[in-house]
Design a protein around this ligand. Structure first.
Ligand code: SAH
Length: 571
């Protein structure tokens, strides 16, 4: 919940804009005394947007400050909505919130935390969204400073986790490194000459079975002993898994709760199909599966990752069994639309996913468009036109090996672009996040007026991947259906007759004064907008960076603007 505190009319109207933009996420504190409102927001919200001066905000909150990991993030926005200043909790939400605010209010985000200034991934939130915890936070400042200052820093164990990029001075091995980063679920990391910041990844699942009425103390002792003997860190346990019939077994529930773990359960017949090293016929006779602890651990871990292995086989106490599985984490594939060109038409979410990825794949010119947003150390796989399939495959392969990948496309990545070929190759072993972008038709439409005010169709005139007969059939259908039509890929040097042919088909079904808009390089340098009619249009004006919008029979031009009336005004 984001608390918004405002004391002036300007602040209150900005607060209302935020409520409208982020429904359900915002709580306004706009009545009464501002200091009291701010204190109340502090006590009840995860983050605060304060439309009070930075000084006033700091004076009220200073006595309430606790720790940065638990305090709400605070961003102050000035009365003129010029700046969103991340004041408290920069790496715990305030920097991101400042950027999100800029998307809604148009203000400039002001971020002062060192690593964000340099664009470098901050260590205090490294992997936090994956569930990483820091084992030895006392080293954060030292190792963080080494990363920032460009000293050699080693890293181990991060491979296979979809983490954001770290700069190039963070390397696997370096004889002169005095600081290091280690990602491990091993309880006692190997000793090292250097100071190593240790992260605990959420990689383990503890499987438990028991007789009815087992005590929490017995279950707890067995789990702790199993983890300790296998040399595994309890902080890396993600959840406790068991069979459905144990969903109400108090001893198991209490032992899990005491350790802060969630409990997941599975039907006996599902567990019966899991291959395990130590099945038992006695158990099968009792619960319908030859294994509970091993099978539940493996099955839960497989469901959470892209595979799993047993790292501690079944151990028994008088009334319980326990086993531990380690999962192989799923990689991530972001399918990111970067918009038509202008930076302010790239969404804050697209920016966040780009900054969250360690590999960015795309056409060179699009990668160049966003290069300044990428974190130092991001691996860029850019290639020229026409290598679409290769790019899509490369992106998927990187994600399947556990990395965080962004596959970018101009406009929307799913519109005549890379998302569909990529998803054709992708298995269920990766997480896919689609980030919508403003597609050319919408960027062009906004420049022309409102040509898409009623039903419309998008048609690509490129016959490289689609036979012309198919394209022609669709143009004809759109003509007969009286759709407004956006032509993508309208014309290239080698394909110069398709657009005239398509326009001719449309002309047979709509009046000669039907508006036609040609928008070239929408929102890019050199943008040009031409509004003409079906009778007068010169197809030679279009090229591969143009989108052509043809109105329906109802479209018209009003005051120089292309309009397609909405249905309810239909005569
Ligand atoms: N994924 C892109 C479309 C790729 S197909 C999107 O969603 O916009 C490429 C075609 O899109 C170009 O030939 C052109 O017709 C159109 N296009 C893309 N960007 C454009 C822009 N900024 N201005 C005008 N047309 C554009």
């Amino acid at each position: 919940m984001i608390g918004v505190v405002a004391a002036t009319a300007a602040g209150r109207s900005a607060a209302a804009a935020l409520e409208a933009a982020w429904p359900g996420e915002v709580r306004s504190f706009t009545g009464g005394k501002a200091s009291a409102a701010l204190r109340e927001a502090w006590g009840t919200c995860d983050a605060i947007v304060s439309f009070l001066a930075v000084g006033a905000t700091v004076r009220v909150l200073a006595p309430l400050l606790g720790h940065k990991t638990t305090d709400p993030a605070v961003v102050c926005v000035d009365e003129g909505l010029r700046h969103a200043v991340a004041v408290l909790g920069g790496h715990h939400g305030a920097n991101l919130l400042a950027r999100r605010l800029s998307g809604v209010l148009g203000c400039e985000p002001v971020v002062t935390t060192a690593s964000d200034g340099a664009g470098i991934t901050p260590l205090d939130s490294y992997g936090a969204d994956l569930g990483f915890t820091v084992h030895n936070p006392e080293l954060l400042a030292r190792v963080g400073a080494a990363v920032l200052s460009g000293e050699p820093v080693t890293i181990e164990g991060a491979d296979g986790w979809p983490l954001p990029a770290l700069p190039s001075n963070v390397v696997r091995e370096h004889p002169g490194a005095s600081a290091g980063i280690l990602v491990t679920d091993r309880a006692e990391p190997a000793r090292s000459r250097r100071d190593r910041l240790v992260y605990r990844p959420p990689s383990l699942v503890v499987g438990v079975g028991s007789a009815r009425g087992v005590t929490a103390a017995e279950v707890g002792e067995l789990i702790d002993g199993t983890l300790a003997d296998a040399g595994l860190a309890p902080a890396s346990v993600r959840c406790l898994a068991t069979v459905d019939v144990k969903a109400g077994e108090q001893g198991i529930l209490d032992a899990a709760e005491a350790r802060g773990w969630e409990v997941v359960t599975f039907p006996a017949d599902v567990l019966a199909r899991v291959e395990v090293p130590n099945p038992s016929e006695v158990v099968r006779a009792e619960v319908g599966t030859p294994s509970v602890a091993e099978a539940a651990a493996l099955h839960a871990a497989r469901g959470l990752g892209r595979g799993a292995e047993l790292v501690a086989e079944k151990r028994k106490s008088a009334a319980a069994t326990a086993a531990v599985a380690r999962l192989r984490p799923k990689g991530r594939l972001g399918l990111v639309g970067i918009g038509p060109g202008a930076r302010d038409l790239l969404t804050p979410r697209a920016e966040a996913v780009l900054r969250r990825s360690s590999v960015v794949v795309g056409l060179d010119q699009y990668v160049e468009q966003v290069r300044d947003l990428l974190r130092p150390g991001t691996r860029v796989m850019a290639s020229g036109l026409g290598r679409e399939e290769e790019r899509a495959r490369a992106a998927v392969e990187e994600a399947e090996s556990g990395r965080a990948v962004a596959l970018i496309g101009s406009g929307d990545a799913g519109v005549y672009a890379m998302a569909s070929p990529a998803l054709e190759f992708a298995s269920s072993g990766i997480e896919v996040e689609g980030v919508p972008g403003i597609t050319a038709a919408l960027a062009a439409s906004a420049l022309l007026g409102a040509p898409l005010g009623h039903d419309h169709a998008a048609i690509s005139l490129s016959d490289l991947h689609t036979p012309w007969e198919v394209i022609e059939r669709r143009v004809r259908a759109a003509a007969e259906g009286d759709f407004a039509v956006c032509f993508y890929n309208p014309r290239s040097r080698a394909r110069d007759w398709q657009l005239p042919a398509a326009l001719e088909i449309l002309s047979a079904h709509r009046p000669p004064d039907t508006p036609v808009g040609l928008v070239r390089d929408a929102s890019r340098p050199g943008e040009s907008v031409t509004l003409t009619t079906l009778a007068e249009v010169d197809p030679a004006m279009a090229d591969m960076v143009t989108v052509v919008v043809v109105g329906s029979s109802r479209s018209r031009t009003v005051a120089g603007r292309f309009i397609t009336p909405r249905g309810y005004r239909w005569a």
